[in-house]
Design a protein around this ligand. Structure first.
Ligand code: NDP
Length: 451
């Protein structure tokens, strides 16, 4: 590994006079950065007001969803009739469990296994290196959980701890974001994210100031993106399935089996194709702040597992032909999602790869080309289309009596429409006229002939 985090610019940033105390150094650097950092002029997410509202709303929505899901009527649009006592939201055991989980995933991340890949070139012309061992970490986690279950680990009791676990995850995400915000003042301007440096504390805290915060070779954003939260999501699903099986004579329902299977495919796929996240917006554009920390550590595991949690408390029967149709829908979504992501990632990594070399492209002034045939000639974000179809497929086993299992579809549609819009603006900035030509040749954004 090259230096502290592989960025020559960071090493330069640390050559401050040793005699100065830390606070003076921080103050000095803050002033220096304010003079030289690229400022984020175009504010997203409604600017400081919008991000302040999201800072409050995201945890409130998370707990509202969890409480509603475990209430009898399970009505998303009304408050649960009985709120549990404050003590139900906090448990030192849940915090300990979560810290152990994070420690386990961090240890697995550091194991020297699998290949190491280079990320996109950074503004200071360096490349960071990333361990591509997520799938192996998932395998080792599965092995440990399997051994634990064989040894009597009461995983089926985990659903009782979901509320305090979610509180602990939210608290850890908040503290982590605070530390990340402070850390961002110790790095040179070239290490800042283009979008998270507005000078407004709330906005920058939410978006994340530093692009790739690292301790040594340990990349905090890359670690959080796919490991503790995503694998945690699959583990919560499994725990809920075991709980349901315990309640119903040892066998989970078909609906629970489908939800678990679909979402496990999604998690396994993400980790199997871990290298592909090196070309996604989260890694190449967004800083690491509250948005991603809370999203990765609290939002993903506890709200993405809502369908399974819903089925535990509101069992649904599913006819085989309906289940077959849902499987087909999921397969179509997965085919589009995986095909589009693999095509773009392969093209970005090696445009002369035989699987993409024959595709039609548009040249851009940056030297990078834009795909204009294949999946990326169908709509401008085919991967989002596939993702949305899969989201619908894993909500349908929950039946149509309640809105809550479809929260993910609604939220995810809003997220992806907004994300697509952000990406379009970034691509217009990057590619100018070439992007306009792409939009003319591929007029639809996500859904052919509709949007
Ligand atoms: P993308 O992987 O779609 O990356 C967008 C980038 O791709 C653009 O900025 C551009 O970057 C490049 N690109 C766009 N059009 C073309 C083209 N025609 N030819 C070549 N390159 C192009 O974005 P995301 O990071 O948003 O999504 C990655 C995946 O993650 C998606 O499948 C998405 O559905 C999923 N996702 C899932 C979430 C969840 O919570 N489940 C949340 C967010 C995303 P450049 O040109 O610089 O390479």
């Amino acid at each position: 590994m090259d230096g502290l985090d592989g960025r020559p610019g960071q090493a330069r940033g640390r050559t401050q006079p040793g005699a100065l105390c830390l606070s003076l150094r921080l103050g000095f650097r803050t002033m220096a950065h304010q003079q030289t950092s690229p400022r984020s002029d175009e504010l997203e997410f409604g600017g400081p007001l919008g991000t302040a509202a999201m800072l409050l709303l995201l945890p409130v929505v998370l707990f509202h969803l969890l409480l509603t899901c475990h209430s009898g009527p399970c009505s998303l649009l009304s408050l649960p009739s009985e709120l549990p006592p404050a003590s139900a939201f906090w448990s030192p055991w849940a915090l300990l469990l979560l810290l152990l989980w994070l420690g386990l995933q961090a240890t697995l991340y550091l194991l020297p296994m699998g290949k190491v890949s280079e990320g996109r070139m950074l503004r200071d012309k360096s490349h960071l290196r990333y361990p591509i061992n997520g799938f192996r970490c998932l395998g080792l986690t599965a092995l440990l959980v399997g051994l634990g279950l064989a040894g009597g680990l009461p995983l089926g009791s985990l659903p009782e701890l979901l509320l305090p676990l979610a509180s602990a995850a939210a608290a850890i995400a908040f503290i982590l974001s605070l530390l990340l915000y402070l850390k961002s003042f110790t790095v040179p301007p070239s290490a800042l994210a283009p979008g998270g440096n507005s000078g407004n504390i709330v906005y920058d805290f939410f978006l994340g100031r530093e692009l790739n915060p690292r301790f040594g070779s340990f990349d905090l954003k890359y670690f959080c993106e796919l490991r503790p939260g995503m694998i945690g999501w699959a583990l919560i699903n499994l725990a809920v399935l075991l709980r349901e099986a315990e309640r119903h004579g040892g066998r989970p329902s078909l609906a629970m089996g489908l939800v678990n299977a679909f979402q496990l495919v999604y998690v396994v796929d993400a980790l199997w194709n871990e290298e592909a996240i090196l070309t996604t917006m989260d890694i190449i554009h967004d800083g690491f702040g509250f948005m991603l920390a809370f999203g990765d550590l609290a939002w993903v595991p506890f709200t993405y597992s809502l369908q399974a949690q819903f089925l535990l408390n509101h069992p649904q029967s599913l006819e085989l032909p309906v289940a077959g149709a849902i499987c087909l829908l999921f397969a179509i979504g997965y085919f589009i999602f995986r095909g589009a992501n693999t095509q773009k990632n392969t093209f970005r990594r090696n445009p002369s790869d035989p699987s993409v070399a024959g595709l039609e492209t548009i040249p851009t002034a940056t030297g990078r080309r834009l795909l204009v045939s294949g999946w990326w000639g169908m709509v401008r974000h085919p991967n989002y289309l596939g993702d949305l179809i899969m989201a619908l497929a894993w909500s349908l086993p929950c039946g149509v009596t309640h809105l809550l299992p479809y929260f993910y579809v609604v939220y995810f549609t809003i997220l992806l429409v907004h994300r697509e819009d952000r990406d379009e603006r970034q691509c217009l900035q990057k590619y100018g006229l070439a992007w306009r030509e792409y939009c003319t040749r591929v007029p639809y954004r996500i859904v052919p002939y509709i949007y």
